[in-house]
Write a protein that binds this ligand. Structure first.
Ligand code: COA
Length: 152
């Protein structure tokens, strides 16, 4: 996945335009890490593959505090759904919202399936995300933005 913001920013500046971002929606969520740990313990693979993509499972399972990373992704998915304003209606799957970490750790959101369809209908160009977690809680904040062009 490319860094849309950086690519678009560079391209726009060369064309004499400055990209301006309009916020179309926001969403936040908080979850107890223990709740996620219990669901993994009880439902194992079935829970993991229903909620997380294979790449998300790779990322989280390889880390010491795996439950915190899973909980962070759970919060991110819920926050994105709030930013879309739809909740889990309209046939959106958990795996339609994926957290992808860049090399330095910065998380990006990749939307597929129904979530992508709805975001396109709403004119959303990018879903920005910030995630934080500690031993007890994980939280995430999502911002849905659309790009407009203004003369530089
Ligand atoms: C980003 C940073 C401030 C996170 O703070 P923290 O208090 O340790 O941890 P938090 O629980 O608040 O946040 C963790 C989340 O921050 C996000 N994050 C990590 N690096 C980030 C970055 N460069 N920019 C934005 N968000 C980042 C991730 O989503 C991470 O959760 P995840 O790994 O489950 O996806 C800290 O990790 C940092 O300074 N990183 C610098 C980059 C670095 O050292 N990278 C090492 C690998 S190259």
């Amino acid at each position: 996945m490319s860094d849309f913001r950086s690519d678009e920013h560079d391209r726009s500046r060369k064309q004499g335009f400055m990209p301006a971002w309009s916020v179309l929606g926001i969403g936040t969520d908080i979850i107890e890490c223990l709740r996620i740990a219990k669901m993994i313990e009880k439902h194992g693979e079935v829970f993991l593959t229903r909620v997380f993509t294979p790449d998300e499972i790779d990322y989280c399972s390889g880390r010491k505090a795996a439950n915190q990373h899973y909980a962070g992704r759970w919060a991110a998915k819920e926050a994105v759904l709030k930013a879309l304003g739809t909740g889990w209606a309209h046939g959106i799957q958990w795996t339609d919202v994926e957290v992808v970490n860049q090399a330095g750790g910065k998380p990006l959101i990749s939307l597929t399936g129904k979530a992508l369809e709805i975001s396109r209908d709403q004119g959303i160009d990018e879903m920005m995300i910030s995630i934080s977690h500690c031993r007890h809680y994980a939280t995430a904040y999502a911002t849905a933005v659309c790009l407009t062009q203004e003369p530089a």
